[in-house]
Design a protein around this ligand. Structure first.
Ligand code: SAM
Ligand code: SF4
Ligand code: F3S
Length: 444
């Protein structure tokens, strides 16, 4: 069968789609462009902004392909599937499978069954109590140098604005032995960088009374031959001193951390249920910089949470400047069904949210530009992802990421294909969102 996957949402969805793809390939199915596919998989996200509409519009487009091939069918997975469930069957005759986060593990077998039994429809929407085990199924072909390894599923925090715990279920940590076995296998197969994934990795293990995240992280960093380790996402309330210390002690732990702050106002943080104050947050920033002076910090900020006053917003601007983020993602608050904040008032008018978002942009952009400018003239190690997008056909130009995850475009005169290689480079120029430099030495 020829299949096509459309993915929305976070890295966890991207990792789920990659896994589905590998698994279907192992059945002898073939990934194909949308116009040639017989099976469509839409992996959805419901965190913000009318996500259902986005999914409906993709499914509307896919339904066109059914005219050419009446046997073509679709599966809807991920967070919107968990929310709407069998509702998709009523609205879209083409949809024959819905699966939630805990159903991903069984989705490939379900798809194979559906391909063999045209009258059938299936739902995989139950939450299960333990981390759902999956076949590892890495292909024999060489693997990319960078990989994601899931360490947990779900979230127990129930921040007032967030739909994730409702659509991903309660927190379930993956057994540490399985995480380590996968990291060792990947490293043995030439993977150089592993990103550990979970909605709140710092509370890893708390649900099963197993090793802490700090302990797991150190074991992953100790996997022989693994050049780079990252992890995402961290909740400030659970960021342990041992994890902060690891930034100073583990050579291969990359000096970057995404630490969502959400607001700089204590009153708003309290109503969000975040369980830390602006001062606690800045205290963590301080400790992190003491552990690793060159750490690059990024964050998420929500503007216009219900009841956010101009004074609250000014506090957010102030904390953003003090924290000195290298980058920040900012979002306008939006109500999601069933979350606690949906009932909170007063709502902030849309035009005020938009205006605050624009005002937040200014310091964020200035900090980002300053952080890139500070790299000029310095050396860094870059893991090459592939040819640079902007390169002309005759230019030897490559794109990769430095230790802190910044995009670096590199000139290189040599004959080698640098994809997947670690190189030493000199940064010569800072662009708006990336760096430009030249390769000095090619390592492995
Ligand atoms: N688990 C991560 C955390 O704790 O930060 C990521 C959660 S969510 C997938 C990513 C970001 O979306 C959040 O950090 C938050 O800033 C934003 N977000 C979540 N719900 C939102 C909402 N209802 N309105 C606006 N932004 C929201
Ligand atoms: Fe959502 Fe909060 Fe869980 Fe993050 S920690 S996924 S923001 S409930
Ligand atoms: Fe979206 Fe679900 Fe991830 S809501 S951000 S795909 S956990």
């Amino acid at each position: 069968m020829r299949y096509h996957i459309v993915t929305f949402g976070c890295q966890m969805n991207a990792a789920d789609s990659d896994w589905l793809s590998r698994r279907l390939d192992s059945f002898g199915w073939e990934k194909s462009p949308e116009r040639d596919a017989e099976v469509f998989i839409v992996n959805t996200c419901s965190v913000r902004d009318k996500p259902e509409q986005k999914v409906y519009s993709v499914l509307g487009r896919l339904a066109e392909h059914r005219r050419a091939n009446p046997r073509a069918f679709a599966a809807v997975g991920g967070c919107v599937a968990q929310q709407i469930g069998a509702g998709f069957f009523k609205r879209f005759p083409m949809v024959r499978l819905v699966f939630g986060a805990d159903g991903v593990a069984q989705a490939p077998e379900a798809l194979a069954r559906l391909a063999a039994e045209p009258g059938l429809r299936l739902s995989l929407l139950d939450f299960i109590e333990h981390y759902p085990q999956r076949e590892r199924s890495y292909p024999d072909a060489p693997l990319p140098a960078q990989a994601y390894v899931s360490i947990m599923q779900g979230c127990d925090n129930f921040c007032a604005y967030c739909i994730v715990p409702y659509v991903r279920g309660r927190q379930k940590s993956r057994p540490a032995g399985d995480v380590l076995a996968e990291c060792r296998e990947l490293t043995g197969r030439g993977v150089k960088e592993i990103t550990l994934l979970g909605q709140n990795v710092n509370s890893y293990g708390q649900d099963r009374g197993s090793v802490s995240f700090a302990a797991l992280l150190r074991e992953v960093c100790a996997v022989p031959g693994l050049a780079r380790v990252r992890f995402v996402t961290s909740h400030p309330k659970d960021l342990a001193d041992e994890v902060i210390a690891a930034f100073g002690e583990c050579q291969n732990l990359c000096p970057s951390l995404h630490l969502p702050m959400q607001s700089g106002s204590d009153a708003v943080l309290r109503r969000m249920g975040r369980k830390y104050t602006a001062r606690d947050y800045l205290g963590l920033v301080d400790k992190l910089r003491r552990a690793r002076a060159d750490i690059a910090l990024s964050t998420d900020v929500i503007v216009g949470f219900p009841g956010e006053s101009e004074e609250d917003f000014l506090q957010t601007l102030d904390v953003v400047r003090q924290a000195g983020f290298d980058s920040a993602f900012s979002f306008m608050y939006c109500d999601r069904p069933g979350v606690a904040a949906a009932k909170l008032t007063p709502k902030v008018p849309e035009e005020v949210k938009a205006e605050r978002l624009a005002r937040l942009h200014e310091p964020v952009e200035a900090l980002a530009e300053a952080s890139l400018a500070a790299r000029v003239g310095r050396r860094c190690r870059v893991l090459i992802e592939g040819p640079s997008k902007r390169a002309a056909a005759d230019e030897a130009s490559w794109r990769g990421r430095d230790e802190a995850g910044r995009t670096v475009n590199l000139d290189y005169e040599g004959p080698l294909d640098l994809t997947g290689k670690l190189v030493s480079a000199l940064v010569r120029e800072a662009k708006r969102h990336s760096l430009r430099g030249s390769v000095e030495e090619v390592h492995d």
